[in-house]
Ligand binder design. Sequence first.
Ligand code: HEC
Ligand code: HEC
Length: 242
Amino acid sequence: MQRRHITLILLLPLLTSLPVQAAFPGGNVAYGERIFMQGINQVPACHNCHRKDAMGDDAIGTPRLAGQNPAYIYKQLRDFAANRRIDNTMYVMNSNARGMSESDWRDVAAYVASLEYMKVGLSDMQRAEEYGYAIGSRSAGRQLVLHGDPARDIPPCYTCHGYNGRGLPDTYPMTGGQRYVYLVNQLKKWRSKERHNDPDDKMVNVARNLTDADINNVATFLSSAPRGECKKSCKNFLCCVW
Ligand code: HEC
Ligand code: HEC
């Protein structure tokens, strides 16, 4: 009896952090695909910049959207539309998001979330270096992702983003398997507070203690971080949540 009690107490933080899948009603995947491939109203087709497979492009600093959790994608489009997040990489996402309706955001989010999830290591690191992005140490990055650095007040990334950054819906995006250039850019934007659309300044507080080397290290690890214990048959983020 006593032992069962203790087990329950130990499990509590994990249980309370379980994702609430039902909070985000799904959109129309087929309609989302049409928006992604053809654009809508004055908004150009998303694949022009995010690529046909929605895996992003280091050459122009666009993120992978494929396999990302849909509630997070929806929130970003809403934040871009309201200028709570500013795209100063290509200066297009604010007007793109404003050119779409709320149900368009939901549909396109449902479409990209339904795409390839398991693939990681999309970035060609040699090319990224040619674009002017220094490459970090994978092992030092792994250390920060899994353990943080308490002496410098850096929490382990995995406590919020899940194991190896595989995401924890609805709030915490997948960062593992994301594009290298995009990861580096965003971490610098959080650090300078150019980006500050995170709930309770969660990321602003994490990033303010990161050095350039830390940023290169975590991005080097995350961009190719394996999904770990996810099932081989896993096609989307739902098989990998804890
Ligand atoms: C002309 C290029 C371009 C087009 C077209 C484009 N995007 Fe983007 N998108 C970007 C760039 C650049 C960023 C990164 C912004 C930044 O650095 O903050 C981005 C970021 C995003 C993000 C944020 C992702 C994240 O992980 O936070 C979402 C969501 C997104 N785009 C969705 C779309 C959708 C949906 C469409 C089509 C309706 C679209 N984009 C069309 C260039 C584009
Ligand atoms: C206390 C919780 C928390 C911790 C710890 C945390 N993050 Fe985050 N992170 C968030 C939240 C919440 C968001 C989404 C913000 C939003 O809604 O726009 C986010 C977003 C991000 C993004 C942007 C993703 C995208 O697609 O644009 C990156 C990159 C990121 N985090 C990296 C990290 C790294 C690297 C660490 C560890 C050094 C870390 N995070 C630790 C809460 C956290």
